[in-house]
Design a protein around this ligand. Structure first.
Ligand code: PRP
Ligand code: URA
Length: 209
């Protein structure tokens, strides 16, 4: 069964308050999303496997722990997921980056796929899917299905803000996927937007609409 982690660290909550504020412009919004993503990267990598290695310090040889060679991939869901990539890469610089393009049809709220380019060895990688918003859950659930069709086996999902409906959708369809969110909000409104949320993440990141 999926583990759902709400990462309510004071720094994350503080930055999230600025991100939610409608007066925050695209430049600050982008910077803050990057910073929160870096803090989320710390949490989502907490249980990575480690191995013991011998290290020669200037004084003696000692046993140290290092990551056990697990290869990682970060997969943003376009467009808004792009805003989370640099923050993740700042803590996981050796990760490869795949891209999945999905947009939500404004009438039906169903995700429509338009792009997919993944590292060729995605099946051997620990995959972190990133998207700031988990609303109905359709986009994230479809992105994960696509990754599984390409062979990915170990997948985690990181979002900034989630509606309970989105969490249920993803965890019902993908009980093997753990979900990390900065905030679980109250609900979806009649237009499928998260309440209180932050509005349209893609438009706020890229200054569109
Ligand atoms: C937003 C968001 C998610 C999706 C969430 O993307 O970034 O991908 O909606 O909604 P869901 O959980 O109901 O599927 P959008 O479709 O607006 O595309 P964009 O990132 O290009 O703006
Ligand atoms: N997509 C967004 O960008 N925001 C929402 O609140 C819901 C879907």
């Amino acid at each position: 069964m999926s583990k759902v982690t709400e990462v309510s660290h004071p720094l994350i909550l503080h930055k999230l308050a600025y991100i939610r504020n409608k007066e925050t412009g695209a430049k600050d919004f982008r910077q803050l999303v990057e910073e929160v993503s870096m803090l989320m990267a710390y949490e989502v990598t907490r249980d990575l496997p480690m191995e013991e290695v011998d290290v020669q310090t200037p004084i003696c040889t000692t046993k140290c722990k290092m990551l056990a060679g697990k290869k990682m991939a970060i997969v943003p869901i376009l467009r808004a997921g792009l805003g989370m990539v640099d923050g993740m890469l700042s803590l996981i610089p050796a990760a490869k980056v795949g891209h999945i393009g999905l947009y939500r049809d404004e009438e039906t709220l169903q995700p429509v796929e338009y792009f997919c380019k993944l590292p060729q060895d995605i099946a051997e990688r620990e995959v972190i899917v990133v998207d700031p918003m988990l609303a109905t859950g359709g986009s994230s659930a479809d992105a994960i299905t696509l990754l599984k069709k390409r062979g990915a086996k170990n997948i985690r999902l990181v979002c900034l803000i989630a509606a309970p409906e989105g969490i249920k959708c993803v965890t019902d369809k993908h009980p093997d996927v753990d979900v990390y969110v900065a905030s679980i909000d109250e609900k979806l409104n009649e237009n499928g937007y998260i309440v209180p949320g932050l509005g349209d993440a893609g438009d706020r990141l890229f200054g569109t609409k």
